[in-house]
Design a protein around this ligand. Structure first.
Ligand code: AMP
Ligand code: GLY
Length: 422
């Protein structure tokens, strides 16, 4: 099969590596890809925000399947356009990707099926929003309705925090993405990420993971796209998995199908384990990044065969190994704020020598002299497998220590509490 993978981050490196290992894959194309993906196939220049150009590339390549990694092209309708052109795609339609593209839409879908979630109310008017937040003494969560690059959520203790957040967001902080906001009940409990595969109404459990969103150790510093992850989550049990499927994933898949917008692809549910059971924090319409870098290395099922079986309605289960995976993100100094580009990275081959270590590129490039340099905020995802988290964690950090790169930083406590639980 000829496959085109859309995206060029760590998640897409992990997807492309898994696809390249499938005997079904004979020709792999990536747009834009990154230096880590070059040995896997052909990388094409591309901008993932430019749906027209991505569509034209897909039409010119005529692949058997397009695997869409990031949310932006999904929300922009790339899967719909490919379907109209009779090109098979893995990823939801724009209407189904609204589960990530609009937090209010996701809440309404959950409400229609009594899926457990915090109380919420939507506002477009600051006066009404402020009055509602005051009723909650400011102890609430304020969310921009639309996509805000992971920055559209403010967890508030009091009105001193809630007031300015409401005024800023409804004042256009995130443009049209915050023209409408949600004010949510603030719930408590450990967080867990659940990944399922859905094709229409057919929903199958894939894996659990836990990510580390804050930039610095001990969950300090600003929120990021994710500074590391572990899979499986140490909090996962078979009973919890069944509960998540029965109470969250399956009803949401049904609601989407009943609404005439069936969901196709990976559904990633961010959940909080409250004393009343798991409740939905948010949905994403794709693999997580860096969660993909810990889930895909654990897969025993051939990823490409799995996607094909899912699309044909034949998939019974996805099989992951019992090993645990830990990934540590190496990021540019300054991330998630401003950072310099162009510093040289070396030592990756040595660091990735052990069979259980894989280094995924996220923000790397080749400079004019052909040297590998940092070119993004999150630069590398260093993943190790082990028989459990306690074994995978030090293996990942041993590999990180061998990477020669002066201008980056990483958290030292990725999977630390998870390792202590096992
Ligand atoms: P999100 O971008 O929706 O994943 O939210 C970012 C973070 O905000 C989540 O990982 C939670 O820690 C927190 N959060 C979001 N919604 C709530 C809520 N209703 N109650 C408590 N914490 C929340
Ligand atoms: N790691 C969080 C995300 O991919 O949304």
């Amino acid at each position: 099969m000829k496959i085109l993978v859309i995206g060029g981050g760590g998640r897409e490196h992990a997807l492309s590596l898994a696809i390249s290992q499938s005997p079904l894959c004979s020709d792999l194309h990536m747009a834009p890809g990154n230096p880590g993906m070059v040995p896997l196939g052909t990388c094409h220049k591309a901008n993932i925000e430019d749906t027209d150009a991505l569509f034209s590339l897909a039409v010119s390549l005529a692949p058997d399947l397009v695997v869409i990694g990031p949310e932006a092209p999904l929300v922009a309708g790339l899967a719909d356009r490919l379907a109209d052109a009779d090109i098979a795609a893995f990823g939801p339609s724009a209407a189904a990707a609204m589960l990530e593209g609009s937090k209010d839409f996701a809440r309404q879908i959950c409400a229609s099926k009594q899926v457990p979630q915090p109380h919420f109310q939507a506002f477009t008017n600051a006066e009404d929003a402020l009055a509602h937040a005051k009723d909650l003494n400011g102890y609430c969560v304020i969310k921009a309705d639309g996509l805000a690059a992971g920055k559209g959520v403010v967890v508030c203790d009091d009105m001193d925090e809630a007031g300015p957040a409401i005024i800023k967001m409804l004042g256009g902080q995130f443009g049209s993405a915050s023209a409408s906001i949600l004010i949510e009940e603030r719930i408590e409990g450990p967080e867990i990420s659940a990944f399922a595969l859905i094709d229409g109404t057919n929903a199958i459990w894939l894996a659990s993971a836990q990510d580390h969103k804050r930039a610095y150790d001990d969950d300090k510093g600003p929120n990021t796209g994710g500074m590391g992850a572990v899979s499986p989550s140490p909090l996962m049990t078979e009973a919890l998995r069944n509960q998540i499927m029965d109470e969250v994933i399956t009803p949401v898949a049904e609601a989407m199908a009943e609404a005439g917008t069936p969901y196709h692809g990976v559904l990633y549910a961010g959940l909080m384990l409250t004393t009343d059971g798991p409740k939905v924090i948010e949905f994403n319409c794709r693999f997580g990044d860096p969660e993909a870098e810990v889930i895909l290395p654990r897969m025993e099922t051939d990823l490409l065969a799995m996607i094909c079986d899912l699309k044909e309605g034949k998939l019974q289960r996805a099989s992951l190994c019992d090993d645990a995976a830990v990934t540590v993100i190496m990021a540019s100094n300054g991330y998630p704020g401003a950072y310099e580009k162009g510093s040289v990275i070396a030592g990756l081959d040595e660091a990735a020598t052990p069979e259980h270590v894989t280094i995924y590129h996220a923000g790397t490039a080749h400079d004019a002299g052909g040297r590998l340099v940092a070119s993004g905020g999150r630069v590398l995802a260093v993943t190790a497998l082990g028989k459990d988290i306690a074994q995978a964690r030090p293996a990942a950090y041993e590999a990180v220590a061998q990477v020669k790169w002066d201008d980056g930083f990483y958290r030292r406590d990725i999977a630390k509490s998870a390792a202590e639980r096992t």
